[in-house]
Design a protein around this ligand. Structure first.
Ligand SMILES: Nc1ncnc2c1ncn2[C@@H]1O[C@H](COP(=O)(O)OP(=O)(O)OP(=O)(O)O)[C@@H](O)[C@H]1O
Ligand SMILES: Nc1ccn([C@@H]2O[C@H](COP(=O)(O)O)[C@@H](O)[C@H]2O)c(=O)n1
Length: 669
């Protein structure tokens, strides 16, 4: 998961391969609540692990449910309709799928509860649900603005509820209000309970998911059209024992679009033709735009059909969440695309109509929007602009704008606060990067003499940008260690054997540790003697050649920061930023001295200084890939700079090389 301030997605060209999607958020949170209300233990397979499901699980644990994590499963022992904790303050984050159903269930369970969330949750309406519950005899107070969370729920007895008349609830703001009632009212079904929907019910497919899952838990709701629902008297929750969560059809929309835009065949696993989720009908919309799609019970195969995509006008009431993806696909269409009946976008994680309109416009698109529609005009190749996409703490905004990286102008896309995808798809960007081909992966090279601070600087810069990190010196150090263990010496007579060792090193980097054939050699390769051995083996041309491919393999999306001696001159000569980092020999010896002492390794300043000067001399005078600045390298002498100042300087240089207007927040030294 990326927790950086922003994520730059380089221009992308193609997609191919297979993705396995995480579990559906809608199904996961419904299953969790139903399992919590039921009697017995439910084993849940393929549950989504995300912010919203964690919010639900934390609340259920607070309410007294037993929750056990298994190997890829979660076991939840339900309350059997009876509270063991009659009082709690529950934090719902920004999870509508937790806030609404828990409000209804807790109102009937007879306890004293406070439900709150993040500031945006306190702007998301809940008044229609509270009205319906109040009509029923429940006692709920608003703790902030009337009609919005936070809420205080007071205890009532089931016998005091007015169940004789139909309960009326609005269906035209959020279908979650009806879902909440359908999931809570079986707790009070000592007689038939009827719910009447007022207004046109939106997002009907989500109600179908609710009814389907209720049936799995023993509640068979009678339905008359989409206006009246009856929970039969005597309904009782019963755990089905085992339940599988299918992959998220809304999350599939980004990969369906990816296939339509840029693939000769992208396979999506975990969701398919037999899905119970409404957003699976995104497949029809994508096909209308030109995607070629095949499907099986739980898989989809998508490739580009019509190109440019075909513009459409579509009533999106049945696919409110996935429809956002169409708004970005529209940039690649042959005319304006109009998405209608999307008023519910305005009360989601953010006002999604405004958010999409603003961000599409930043890319250069012409957009028209109204209370319940958005019209997006396609972008010609010369119309694309480099944009920093604001994501409004809305996972779907972040995910669908990643598709803009396929623009024909080959402009990168900056996604601000990429961490917001944690709500439903924490590894979204990693999954995307596993199937796309970039025009080029950006690399920042940091070369320089011993102990100049290359590693420290490179790790920090990589961390800030969410990039991978290559410590190329470690490869030579491990080769030196392997050479010693094989009883070889760093001289030309053993060159071929050492090169063979280097080519087949059973080396893995794991959480900053160097693992050689499963052994942690992190400390063993850090001594000055190991540095000297590294310097000697690195002067052997065959050894350098043997390690080249391995170093290049670190160049993966979204980018790489590589430190060493020849990163900019030999390994990544096309890197867009090369830094040659120096500091005075006295400073470097002093820093290394402190570093070794802090690790409990005793040494003297004088011996260190003469060792590092000897190493620098050998590294810069060898015949192959000598230590020297690349012609286009920027020089940075950090003798008088702090680590933070050096990092800021490199990030500023990097920002200057980007097409985005937004400057980094940190100042240069
Ligand atoms: N700008 C700086 N100011 C002060 N100390 C620094 C600075 N940069 C790095 N250091 C410190 O200097 C020591 C050596 O840094 P580091 O190990 O990153 O150097 P290096 O160039 O990667 O070394 P090597 O060539 O052995 O790989 C570390 O203890 C680090 O914290
Ligand atoms: N790209 C590189 C990186 C390192 N070396 C040699 O390895 C020695 C150890 O490197 P550290 O950065 O870990 O100190 C170094 O002295 C070089 O001789 C190299 O040749 N090329």
């Amino acid at each position: 998961m990326f927790s950086t301030e922003f994520l730059d997605i380089p221009p992308l060209t193609e997609a191919a391969g297979t993705v396995r999607l995480p579990g559906s958020k809608s199904i996961s949170n419904r299953v969790l609540l139903l399992a919590a209300l039921a009697s017995g233990t439910t084993t849940v397979h393929d549950l989504l692990d995300s912010d919203d499901t964690r919010v639900m699980l934390t609340a259920l644990a607070q309410l007294g449910c037993r929750i056990e994590q298994g190997d890829g499963t979660l076991r939840i022992t339900g309350l059997g309709g009876k509270l063991s904790t009659p009082q709690a303050k529950l934090f719902m984050g920004n999870a509508g799928t937790a806030m609404r159903p828990l409000t209804a269930a807790l109102s009937l369970l007879g306890g004293d509860f406070e439900l709150s969330g993040v500031p945006r949750m306190h702007e998301r309406p809940i008044g229609d649900l509270v009205d319906a519950l109040t009509q029923l005899g429940c006692h709920i107070d608003y703790l902030g603005n009337p009609g919005y969370p936070p809420l205080r729920i007071h205890p009532v007895t089931l016998q005091s509820l007015h169940l004789d008349a139909p309960i009326r609830v609005r269906g035209d703001v959020s279908s979650q209000f009806l879902t909440a009632l359908l999931m809570a009212l079986p707790l009070a079904s000592y007689r038939d309970i009827t719910i009447d929907v007022v207004g046109e019910l939106i997002s009907k497919p989500y109600i179908e998911i609710t009814l389907n899952l209720l049936a799995r838990f023993g509640i068979h709701v009678r339905r008359e059209g989409w206006q009246r629902f009856t929970i039969p008297a005597g309904s009782q929750y019963q755990s089905p024992g085992e339940i599988h969560v299918e992959a998220d059809a809304s999350s599939a929309s980004y990969f369906i679009a990816l296939g339509a835009i840029a693939s000769e065949g992208l396979r999506i696993e975990g969701v398919g033709a037999e899905s119970i989720q409404g957003d699976i009908r995104f497949v029809e919309a994508a096909a209308q735009m030109g995607a070629r799609i095949q499907s099986g019970p739980n898989w989809l195969q998508v490739s580009r059909g019509a190109w440019p995509l075909k513009a459409i006008t579509l009533d999106c009431n049945h696919i409110p969440d996935a429809a956002m993806t169409l708004a970005v696909m529209a940039l690649y269409a042959d005319g304006p695309t109009t998405l209608t009946n999307i008023a519910s976008w305005r009360v989601k994680e953010t006002d999604r109509i405004d958010a999409m309109a603003n961000e599409l416009a930043k890319l250069g698109a012409k957009v028209e929007a109204g209370p319940d529609f958005i019209r997006v005009f396609p972008l010609p190749a010369d119309g694309w602009r480099a944009a920093s996409i604001k994501t409004y703490d809305d996972h779907r905004v972040a995910m669908c704008f990643s598709l803009a990286a396929f623009n024909p102008a080959s402009i990168p896309v900056r996604v601000l606060d990429p961490h917001c995808v944690a709500k439903t798809f924490p590894d979204y960007f990693e999954t995307l990067f596993s199937v796309v081909k970039p025009l080029s992966v950006p690399v920042i090279c940091i070369d320089g003499p011993t102990a100049s601070g290359k590693g420290t600087l490179a790790v920090e810069v990589a961390h800030e940008l969410g990039y991978h990190y290559l410590d190329s010196g470690a490869l030579y150090r491990v080769t030196g260690l392997a050479m010693r263990r094989a009883g070889l010496d760093a001289d030309p007579a053993h060159e071929t054997q050492i090169a063979d060792l280097a080519r087949t090193l059973p080396l893995r980097f794991d959480a900053g540790k160097a693992m050689l054939a499963g052994e942690d050699v992190t400390d063993a390769i850090r001594s000055e003697a190991a540095g000297m051995d590294a310097s000697r083996v690195s002067a052997l041309p065959a050894v350098r050649a043997a390690l080249t491919e391995l170093q290049i393999s670190f160049r993966r999306l979204p980018g790489l920061v590589a430190d060493g001696r020849d990163m900019g001159t030999v390994i990544f000569p096309d890197a867009p930023l090369k830094v040659f980092l120096t500091a005075s020999a006295a400073q470097r010896a002093e820093r290394r001295h402190k570093q070794l002492i802090s690790k409990g390794i005793s040494t003297t300043l004088d011996s260190l200084r003469s060792d590092l000067e000897a190493r620098d001399l050998r590294d810069s005078s060898r015949s192959v890939a000598p230590l020297k600045p690349a012609e286009d390298a920027r020089r940075l002498d950090n003798s008088t700079l702090s680590i933070e100042q050096s990092v800021d300087q490199v990030l500023n240089w990097w920002q200057q090389a980007q097409p985005f207007q937004a400057a980094p927040t940190k100042a240069s030294p």
